[in-house]
Structure formats: structure tokens, C-alpha cells
Write a protein that binds this ligand. Structure first.
Ligand code: CA
Length: 228
């Protein structure tokens, strides 16, 4: 999977230079020239990282970074702030607003790519190896096995990931969009109805062991994994 980077930069020349370098390095690029366009882009597809210019028209990069951190859907997307302002106070302010790293213009493409790779490496979600047990339900990522009570459960890869996500995030409601982002990943573009299909399959697989009640529908909101 190729990581997708959203560039938020109002100066066209810099935007093009950045895009060129990022594409050369093998990443995909989404572009926005202000906060409003950035949100439009994010609504369509979640980027894996945001390269955010400090000085933007209307809403500044700092304000946008804070908004991104305050939104459940975007709070975990890594942000690198770009700025012409090099002093320490600004740097602290950028990091406090939620940026993961900070680059001062002018920067070399090599330095930029090194920073991007370092930040992405820290953020790539990995399925941990530990076996998870919740109220009689056991899931082992390494063995790709699920046991409900004494019954071995056969799951497809998507249902397996979905159950893994639910078991590691119990008692919380997730919208279809959030489940798509978390389980399918931000690279894949599928309809929200797809979530319902896989939820149905997951329940059907858990039903013989009578564990299907753990996958609960929360009307108007989404789904929840619960032992209650
Ligand atoms: Ca600017």
C-alpha cells in the first residue's frame, strides 16, 4: 500500500515542488490550498499524513492542526508543520497544536523525505501478536484462530480484522465510517454498506457458539462490541 500524503500549502510554487518530491519518493499526493479545501479532501478520503503549512489564508495551519486533533476521524493522522518561522517558541507552539514534527523553510527535499518516512514509520498501525481474550472469546492473530467458548470459528480475513478491532476496542460505539478507516484502512474506498455486510457475516459465524450478541447495533450511530 502506498501512503497518501495531503499537502496543505497556499503557495503554488512550493506546492508543486513538494508534490514532485513526494511523488518521486513513491507516495501519493492529495493537495489543498487552504483549510476548507483540506477538509473537503479529508471527507473524501483520509490521508496517511498531512504536510501542513503554518501560514495559510483564513484559517492558519496552527488552527487547522488543532481542529484535526479535535476530530475523532483525524486525530491520529500524523502532521508535519512547514514554516518559514524558525524560532524555538514557534516550534513549541506547532508541536503543542498537535504536529508530530516541524520543518523550517527552506528545507532540502532529502531532509523532508527523511522526516516524512520517520513520522510514517512511527504511525503505521500493526496488528499486535498477542492473543486477545474477552469473556470466553479468544482471538489469536499469529495462528489466525478464533475460539468462542469451545467452538472454533471460521472467519474470512475482513471479519477477522473486524473482530480483532472490536475486541481491542470494546464497549465503544463506532460509526461505519470509523470502522472503514480502522479496519479497511484509509487506502481503500468502499461503500458504508460494505460494513453491514461484514457485520452480518461476523454475527453469522459467531451465532452457533451464541456469541453473536456481542456485536451490537446502535441505532443511528453504528456498532459496538460489548460483553453486556
Ligand atoms: Ca503559506
Amino acid at each position: 500500500m502506498t501512503a497518501k500524503i495531503l499537502l496543505v500549502e497556499d503557495e503554488l510554487a512550493i506546492q508543486e515542488l513538494l508534490e514532485f518530491n513526494i511523488r518521486q519518493a513513491g507516495f501519493q499526493v492529495m493537495r489543498a490550498e487552504d483549510a476548507e479545501t483540506a477538509w473537503q479532501q479529508i471527507r473524501t478520503q483520509l490521508p496517511d499524513m498531512i504536510l501542513l503549512d503554518w501560514m495559510l489564508p483564513n484559517t492558519s495551519g496552527i488552527v487547522l492542526a488543532k481542529q484535526l486533533r479535535a476530530d475523532a476521524r483525524t486525530k491520529d493522522i500524523p502532521i508535519i508543520m512547514l514554516t518559514a518561522r524558525g524560532d524555538e517558541r514557534d516550534k513549541v507552539m506547532g508541536l503543542e497544536a498537535g504536529a508530530d514534527d516541524y520543518i523550517t523553510k527552506p528545507f532540502s527535499p532529502r531532509e523532508l523525505m527523511a522526516r516524512i518516512r520517520a513520522v510514517l514509520r512511527r504511525h503505521i498501525p500493526q496488528m499486535p501478536d498477542e492473543t486477545i481474550k474477552v469473556a470466553g472469546l479468544m482471538l489469536s492473530p499469529t495462528a489466525h484462530r478464533v475460539v468462542a467458548g469451545d467452538v472454533s470459528i471460521e472467519l474470512g480475513p475482513t471479519e477477522f480484522r473486524l473482530l480483532h478491532f472490536f475486541m481491542t476496542h470494546p464497549e465503544r460505539v463506532y460509526s461505519r465510517t470509523q470502522l472503514l478507516d480502522q479496519v479497511w484502512g484509509t487506502q481503500v474506498f468502499v461503500e458504508e454498506r460494505t460494513v453491514d455486510v461484514h457485520i452480518r457475516r461476523l454475527r453469522a459465524a459467531l451465532e452457533p457458539a451464541e456469541f453473536d450478541g456481542m456485536i451490537q447495533t446502535v441505532r443511528g450511530s453504528g456498532y459496538r462490541f460489548s460483553t453486556q
